[in-house]
Write a protein that binds this ligand. Structure first.
Ligand SMILES: [Zn+2]
Ligand SMILES: [Zn+2]
Length: 386
C-alpha cells in the first residue's frame, strides 16, 4: 500500500498548497523544448494570474498573453500592460470547461500550438520556463489515450486503454516528486499532448471514470501491453526476470489476421553464424543443426542447452518479436519468419481491438489478457488504505 499512501500524501500536498481538487495531476509539459517565451490564449473559462495566492490580473478569453524568461523573472505582456514577476506564477480558472492554447517555438520560425485543460504553473528554471499543467486526472487520461492509441478504434477498446492509462497514471504519481511535479509528458511516463478532442475517447474515459486494475493484494498492476502477440502472449519471466502472477501467457486467436501479425526478414547466413559463434561460442559442426528452427508454441531459447535466448536475438537484430522461425532461403541467406510485434507480455492491442469489434466488453478484454485481477475504483482503494 506504499504507493497509495504516497498518492494520498501528494494529493493532500497539492490540495493544501494550490487549493485545487484532489483529483488533479501535475504534468510537466513541453520540457524537451527548453521554452524561453510563449503565448497563452484562454479559449474557455475565466482565467486569472496568481502570485503566492494573490490575484494579479484577470485574463480575457481569446486575448493572448505573452510570457518570457528574464533570469529569475517572468515578463508578462497582456494587451493592456506589461509587468515582471519574480519566481513562479499560477494561471487558475473557474468552471468545469476551462482550457487554453499555447503557442511556442520548437526552432526559429517553427511554431507549434497545443491546447491544454485546466491550470498551468509557470516557473523560471535554468534559463527557461518550466510549464506544469495541473489538470483533472480524467481529462489527462483522455489526453494520453488520444496520444497513445490513435483515433479510429471502438468505444470498448478506448475504455480498456483508459483503464490501463489511469492505472499507470496513479502508479506514476511519485515518479517526478523530486522535480516538483508528478509526471512528464513523454514516453518516460506517458505521452500527453494536451486536451483530448475525440468524443469516443472522452466517452470511454468518463464511462470508466476512476477505474483501475489491481492484483489479488489490491496493488495496482503493471498493465503492460504490446502491439500484437502473434497468437500467444508471453509469461513475464520469459521476457524479463520477474514472475508476475497476472502476466501469464494466454492463447490469442483474435489478433491473427491483423496488421502486425506477421513479419519476415532476411539475414545473411555468414553474419548470423558469426554472431552465434562470437556471442555463444557455438562450434562449427553444431551450428548447422540449429537451422531450420521452428516454434509452433512460443519458445524461450533458440537452443536449450546453449541457452541462446530468443529475446537477445530479437534485440541484437532488431526483430519485431521473439516468435519467429528460421529457414535456409538460399546458400548464403536465412529467412526469419515471425509472428506478432512487441515484447508479447500483457495485453495484445490488436487482439483487444478485434475483441471490441466482436462485442466483448472492456471487462471481458481486460480479464482475458490479465489474470487474477480486479477492476476497482481507485478512490475506494484510497479510502480502504486510510
Ligand atoms: Zn516522466
Ligand atoms: Zn494477440
Amino acid at each position: 500500500m506504499n504507493l497509495l499512501r504516497h498518492f494520498l500524501f501528494i494529493s493532500i500536498l497539492f490540495v493544501s498548497t494550490l487549493n485545487l481538487f484532489p483529483r488533479n495531476i501535475s504534468v510537466n509539459i513541453l520540457g524537451e523544448y527548453k521554452i524561453t517565451k510563449f503565448a497563452l490564449n484562454p479559449l474557455a473559462g475565466n482565467y486569472s494570474i496568481y502570485k503566492d495566492g494573490n490575484k494579479l490580473i484577470d485574463l480575457e478569453t481569446f486575448s493572448p498573453v505573452k510570457f518570457a524568461i528574464n533570469e529569475n523573472y517572468i515578463d508578462v505582456i497582456t494587451k493592456e500592460k506589461s509587468f515582471r514577476i519574480e519566481g513562479e506564477i499560477n494561471l487558475l480558472a473557474t468552471g468545469f470547461r476551462k482550457y487554453f492554447e499555447i503557442e511556442f517555438e520548437i526552432a526559429p520560425n517553427n511554431k507549434q500550438i497545443r491546447v491544454y485543460d485546466d491550470f498551468i504553473k509557470i516557473l523560471p528554471i535554468n534559463s527557461s520556463l518550466q510549464l506544469i499543467n495541473i489538470v483533472n486526472i480524467e481529462k489527462y487520461v483522455a489526453g494520453v489515450v488520444e496520444a497513445e492509441s490513435g483515433i479510429n478504434a471502438e468505444l470498448e477498446y478506448y475504455k480498456v486503454q483508459a483503464i490501463i492509462c489511469r492505472t499507470y497514471s496513479i502508479s506514476f504519481l511519485n515518479k517526478h516528486l523530486k522535480d516538483g511535479y508528478q509526471v512528464c509528458d513523454r514516453v518516460h511516463c506517458q505521452v500527453y499532448k494536451g486536451r483530448c478532442n475525440n468524443s469516443n475517447i472522452l466517452q470511454a474515459t468518463i464511462g470508466t471514470s476512476g477505474q483501475v486494475i489491481v492484483d489479488n493484494n489490491n496493488n495496482l498492476i503493471d498493465a503492460l501491453f504490446h502491439s500484437n502477440c502473434g497468437g500467444e502472449t508471453v509469461h513475464s519471466e520469459s521476457a524479463w526476470s520477474d514472475y508476475i502472477p497476472y502476466l501469464r501467457a494466454v492463447k490469442d486467436s483474435f489478433c491473427l489476421s491483423e496488421r502486425n501479425s506477421k513479419w519476415e526478414k532476411k539475414i545473411p547466413k555468414e553474419d548470423f553464424f558469426k554472431y552465434l559463434k562470437t556471442k555463444y561460442l557455438v562450434d562449427d559442426p553444431f551450428i548447422d543443426s540449429l537451422i531450420p528452427f521452428y516454434q509452433e508454441n512460443r519458445k524461450i531459447f533458440l537452443n536449450d542447452s546453449l541457452k541462446i535466448l530468443l529475446k537477445d536475438i530479437r534485440n541484437d537484430y532488431k526483430l519485431k518479436s521473439t516468435f519467429f522461425e528460421i529457414k535456409n532461403s538460399s546458400n548464403d541467406s536465412l529467412t526469419f519468419t515471425g509472428k506478432g510485434y512487441g515484447h508479447g507480455v500483457g495485453l495484445c492491442q490488436e487482439g483487444a481491438m478485434v475483441m471490441a469489434k466482436k462485442g466483448y466488453t472492456y471487462k471481458n478484454i481486460i480479464e482475458f489478457y490479465y489474470l487474477n485481477i480486479q477492476i476497482v475504483n481507485f478512490e475506494e482503494l484510497l479510502n480502504k488504505s486510510k
